[in-house]
Write a protein that binds this ligand. Sequence first.
Ligand SMILES: *[C@@H]1O[C@H](CO)[C@@H](O)[C@H](O)[C@H]1NC(C)=O
Ligand SMILES: *[C@@H]1O[C@H](CO)[C@@H](O)[C@H](O)[C@H]1NC(C)=O
Ligand SMILES: *[C@@H]1O[C@H](CO)[C@@H](O)[C@H](O)[C@H]1NC(C)=O
Ligand SMILES: *[C@@H]1O[C@H](CO)[C@@H](O)[C@H](O)[C@H]1NC(C)=O
Ligand SMILES: *[C@@H]1O[C@H](CO)[C@@H](O)[C@H](O)[C@H]1NC(C)=O
Ligand SMILES: *[C@@H]1O[C@H](CO)[C@@H](O)[C@H](O)[C@H]1NC(C)=O
Ligand SMILES: *[C@@H]1O[C@H](CO)[C@@H](O)[C@H](O)[C@H]1NC(C)=O
Ligand SMILES: *[C@@H]1O[C@H](CO)[C@@H](O)[C@H](O)[C@H]1NC(C)=O
Ligand SMILES: *[C@@H]1O[C@H](CO)[C@@H](O)[C@H](O)[C@H]1NC(C)=O
Length: 453
Amino acid sequence: MSASARFARFGGGYGRMSTSQHASSFSYSITRPYPYRWFTPVVVVGFIVFTILFSFLNLVTSGYTLVVQQSADPNATMANNGVWSRHIPAFLTNKVQPSCQTVNVPLGSELFTNQTALTYTLTDVWQPSGGGAAAGNGVAPSLTYFNNILENCTVNSVEIDYAAMDRTASQFAYSEWGAVVRTYATCSIVGTNGTTNFNVTQEYDYVPSDVSAMTLYTFLGTNFLSRNKTSKSSLFWGESLMSMYWAFSTYQMQNIRANQTSNNQPAVRKGTMYFYPNTNKVVSNMTDPDFFQCDFRFIIDKSLGNYDIVYPGSYGEYKEHTQLSTLLSMQAYPNIWQDADILAKAAYSTVLADLGQSSARSNILLDPDQLKYFTANFSEARHNIANAYPGPAVRQYGTEQSGPLGTTPSTLSASYLCQVPQRKSIGNLLISVLVADLVFLQVVCRLMTLSPT
Ligand SMILES: *[C@@H]1O[C@H](CO)[C@@H](O)[C@H](O)[C@H]1NC(C)=O
Ligand SMILES: *[C@@H]1O[C@H](CO)[C@@H](O)[C@H](O)[C@H]1NC(C)=O
Ligand SMILES: *[C@@H]1O[C@H](CO)[C@@H](O)[C@H](O)[C@H]1NC(C)=O
Ligand SMILES: *[C@@H]1O[C@H](CO)[C@@H](O)[C@H](O)[C@H]1NC(C)=O
Ligand SMILES: *[C@@H]1O[C@H](CO)[C@@H](O)[C@H](O)[C@H]1NC(C)=O
Ligand SMILES: *[C@@H]1O[C@H](CO)[C@@H](O)[C@H](O)[C@H]1NC(C)=O
Ligand SMILES: *[C@@H]1O[C@H](CO)[C@@H](O)[C@H](O)[C@H]1NC(C)=O
Ligand SMILES: *[C@@H]1O[C@H](CO)[C@@H](O)[C@H](O)[C@H]1NC(C)=O
Ligand SMILES: *[C@@H]1O[C@H](CO)[C@@H](O)[C@H](O)[C@H]1NC(C)=O
């Protein structure tokens, strides 16, 4: 073997060796322990701290979804569903804050308050700052409402319509005469757009046209959505006063008419009485007959299509004969003044209590003395009725056990659409927080290795 051949073989061997060590397209870096003494504990602690921090941020920003929910009390819903909102900057949590929509109550809607007693019809909405109703400005087609407390409610007037024969046969079975009591009230709310005023009308008919004739001789419980003798004593007595004087005064009208016809005299067929707070002097004691003034029209059926109208001017000077004390002392025909007046005062007081007005100037239902006075004739009245049995209380206040008088602030009942945060399911939450954590931690690792050592 020649030297060159040996060299060549060596070279070939050398060449083969070099191809077995060729450069891979993949590489790895050589690691060396960091030369710092506290490095390991710092990294471990940092890892834990970052994991907790990231888990928390991920939980807040992606651990919750918003779900739609109905609520009757949006303030409570919003207060109870916050995601630790007070301690976390708003820009992180505003996506998961609970929120509720205001409700729009269009004109003509039926409303009731959270006292769940009477129902009302919304008739006018206006913003006093918008120029007032008279100016035609600020009149709104609907009430924007967000669980606001009703403030400064006043009853402007109470109207009673008495009618005979013109009601349905099943109403006639309860009572020959009927009465419809309408109470007109104005309230204010303070909302996001400032003060808004609105008018509501309450209509009360103890024997409404849709009542069945099969429930004769029982307490009907109409017009009131609920009652509770102990927790809502004032409204319980309000309902009793209204139904008692509805039944009593309609029976009085029946007697007055019967007395006339038996004497071959033309009799009252129907009438309307309009009670409004005294404009001549402020009377704050409801036992005073001059608390209200009364304008009225009674239609006297003279048969053969002839009618007479009885109005304040029929008795003399018009103004003088809108004073109830005058009408009472002269026992003007038809002598229904005292009973109708009590019915109007009962409606006035019940509406104010239902609207949550505890500071009302005067209210039969918030003053035990006045309530005692106005229920004094309950036993007598209870025996002078037709077939519509009033209730629930039929004896004088004080002889029957009931809760304390009083009322609480009222809000209108409505159903609000709310979006509330709901935590994702545990499995879902673990995965999403874990994935997000891994991404964040990887970024931190990368940043650490990039930093100059
Ligand atoms: C009605 O709501 C108001 C405001 O939330 C509350 O103060 C009052 O106690 C409630 N009244 C009743 C009878 O629930
Ligand atoms: C609200 O009712 C009062 C009294 O009934 C009335 O004077 C007022 O004009 C009503 N408001 C509107 C906007 O109609
Ligand atoms: C509910 O919240 C609204 C707006 O924050 C407020 O105007 C209203 O008075 C609150 N209602 C009650 C009952 O606290
Ligand atoms: C209610 O009446 C009081 C006293 O008159 C007044 O200060 C307050 O502004 C009124 N509130 C509203 C909402 O009108
Ligand atoms: C407030 O008033 C403005 C203009 O009058 C109206 O566009 C807006 O809908 C009102 N917002 C509420 C909550 O009533
Ligand atoms: C009346 O209210 C009281 C106290 O809230 C309650 O315990 C009671 O069950 C209520 N009664 C009725 C008949 O709902
Ligand atoms: C009955 O009618 C007569 C004649 O119209 C009248 O004098 C009398 O006062 C009336 N009685 C009652 C109780 O209304
Ligand atoms: C209300 O008037 C009646 C009868 O005039 C009287 O007995 C009562 O003391 C008065 N009440 C108040 C609070 O003035
Ligand atoms: C109760 O009846 C008596 C006798 O009829 C009467 O003098 C009194 O004014 C009546 N009281 C009420 C509140 O109706």
